[in-house]
Design a protein around this ligand. Structure first.
Ligand SMILES: [Zn+2]
Length: 246
């Protein structure tokens, strides 16, 4: 029982990290702080506060014992009521896009995983109909396989090449980016996540964790990656010829 609860918690941590890994690589995570990671992973464990055999249940033992006795495991904390409640809390207490949404992603990852491992979740609790996508036996070899699958999903985004290969000019080091104006972002959208954020001068049309892209009126697109050391920011500017032909 002890090992089963522990294995389940580890699997939830792995699956809780998937959304964050994808979000970070795609540039949706504004700042990957230890607080954000801890919050997301904590929320990935939180629904199991309804059982004293889980890690979070042991952390909050009296509360877990109460919920377990009153409602039972995989009931109210694994339902839409709980998801909506967490959503409301995340919207009202936190900067939602920067922080709250990742708590919600963590919480929802738990519910989704419980639809795969064990005997499903009563999404519409108090209605008892259980929703499931698979019936992997919890604590067995199947759960180890689900955990391995979670590790795989979490690492996929890092394996996707998101460097741009068609760089012809040698990188040029300048103290700050050239001023460039927006032109055509249609063909860039395949490579970068469009944010429309304005950070410094000109207009940034796309951004991911590698940097951001601006383009000028001549149709030449540039990829600009910057690194900071102390107060100094140095940027490398690359010309992307295949986009200039667009
Ligand atoms: Zn659960």
């Amino acid at each position: 029982m002890m090992l089963k609860g522990f294995l389940s918690s580890i699997t939830h941590l792995v699956w809780g990290a998937i959304g964050l890994c994808w979000g970070w690589v795609a540039g949706w995570v504004e700042e990957l702080s230890p607080m954000l990671i801890a919050g997301c992973l904590f929320c990935a464990l939180l629904p199991d506060i309804d059982t004293t055999s889980s890690i979070v249940g042991r952390l909050f033992y009296p509360f877990a014992k109460h919920i377990e006795g009153e409602y039972g495991h995989r009931t109210i904390t694994h339902s839409l009521i709980a998801i909506i409640t967490v959503c409301v809390i995340c919207v009202s207490l936190f900067d939602f896009l920067a922080f709250g949404v990742w708590l919600l992603v963590g919480y929802v990852s738990h519910i989704v995983l419980d639809m795969v491992v064990g005997d499903g979740v009563p999404l519409f609790y108090p209605a008892r109909i259980r929703f499931e996508m698979a019936r992997v036996k919890s604590g067995g070899d199947g759960e180890w396989a689900v955990m391995a699958l979670g590790v795989f999903f979490a690492f996929i985004p890092f394996a996707i090449p998101n460097e741009i290969h068609a760089v012809i000019t040698p990188p040029l080091i300048t103290p700050e980016p050239h001023e460039l104006r927006i032109n055509n972002l249609r063909s860039l959208s395949d490579l970068f996540i469009t944010t429309g954020d304005e950070i410094t001068r000109g207009e940034i049309i796309a951004r991911n964790r590698l940097g951001y892209v601006r383009s000028d009126v001549s149709g030449t697109a540039h990829k600009i990656t910057c690194s900071q050391s102390g107060n100094e920011t140095s940027c490398q500017i690359f010309v992307l010829p295949q986009l200039a032909d667009d």
